[in-house]
Design a protein around this ligand. Structure first.
Ligand code: NAI
Length: 299
């Protein structure tokens, strides 16, 4: 791999979807020196995202991690698009929209009618087959998975996922570019859950089974995994951080993709948490209570 494969600094990086992940990706790409154009189906999300990123740069400057000049330059490199057609000169489009095969396919089909043939199309999907997302494209070889982890500015791993049609050159360019952005990329093939979300499934599933069997409460199981297991976070606090809606849907997706292999059976307990709207930190309640002033307790 040569540095020549890194996307040129003058290139435009387009990010579609300005939610939690798109915002983090845009923050990292602009700080690395790229012009970043954000688009979202909800224009207010783009505005909020750019404001949020500029605030984050400000905080980094307060901590001495960016100079005032760097903050200014990185903020100036960010802009919003009100129409998808404004992404026509992008060298790469990184998609971070809703986790739905149909919606992602529609977006990429629309993008193919807009961008240049040399533009790389990358998806941040956490659980959908990259092969399937690319299947109906005119140039499926240019679509690749670029799977960041949450929160993007802090998590260094990026899984670069090749579907059956992805060209090696495209995967190598995305790998080298992620490395130039200060990330620690890894190449992987498109398999259900890719690497991290696959190996993590039993961590959550066995913890949920233990809780179901009343082996110990969630706080105790978390403490054991942290103190004896050496994990940074226990399974329940981690599921609360990721969000039960997201975590449950990844488990369902891996379960179905492996033809309902019982090893990946989703948890009824977690399904009930999702049904209740107990998504974790983001909804104020999950296995633990996050309402202001609440002591850490189970629901
Ligand atoms: P989010 O819900 O915070 O943001 C999604 C954004 O996409 C929203 O602002 C929404 O308005 C916009 N959107 C939805 N459909 C759109 C469309 N057709 N065109 C343009 N914009 C559209 O979601 P989040 O958490 O940022 O996830 C985005 C993607 O990243 C998903 O595929 C998810 O599976 C993946 N991912 C999420 C991680 C996480 O921990 N949240 C980690 C790694 C990947």
């Amino acid at each position: 791999m040569t540095m020549a494969q890194v996307l040129d600094k003058g290139s435009i990086v387009a990010v579609v979807g300005s939610g939690a992940m798109g915002t983090g990706i845009a923050q990292v790409a602009a700080a690395a020196g790229y012009k970043v154009v954000l688009f979202d189906a909800r224009p207010e999300a783009v505005k909020a995202s750019i404001t949020g990123i500029c605030n984050m740069y400000g905080k980094l400057a307060e901590k001495g991690k960016m100079t005032d000049e760097e903050v200014q330059a990185a903020s100036d490199r960010l802009s919003g698009a009100s129409n998808l057609s404004e992404l026509k000169d992008a060298a790469i489009v990184i998609e971070a929209i809703v986790e739905s095969l149909d919606v992602k396919r529609t977006l990429f089909a629309d993008l193919e009618g807009i961008v240049q043939d040399g533009c790389i199309l990358a998806t941040n999907t956490s659980s959908i087959s990259v092969t399937a997302i690319a299947a109906r494209l005119r140039l499926p070889q240019r679509l690749v998975g670029m799977h960041f982890f949450n929160p993007v500015p802090l998590m260094s791993l990026v899984e670069v996922i090749s579907g059956l049609a992805t060209s090696r050159e495209v995967a190598d360019t995305v790998y080298a570019t992620a490395a130039a952005w200060g990330k620690n990329p890894v190449h992987a093939k498109s398999t259900p859950g890719f690497i991290v979300n696959r190996v993590a499934r039993p961590f959550y599933a066995e913890a949920l089974r233990l809780l179901n069997e009343q082996a110990a409460d969630a706080a105790t199981l978390d403490a054991v995994m942290r103190e004896a297991g050496g994990f940074r976070m226990g399974p329940f606090e981690l599921m609360d951080l990721i969000g039960h809606d997201v975590n449950f849907s990844v488990t369902q997706s891996v379960f179905h993709a492996y033809f309902n292999d019982p090893r990946f059976t989703p948890s009824v307990l977690q399904q009930e948490m999702v049904n209740a709207g107990y998504f974790g930190r983001k909804s104020g309640r999950g296995f633990f209570d996050y309402t202001p002033g609440a002591a850490k307790e189970e629901p």
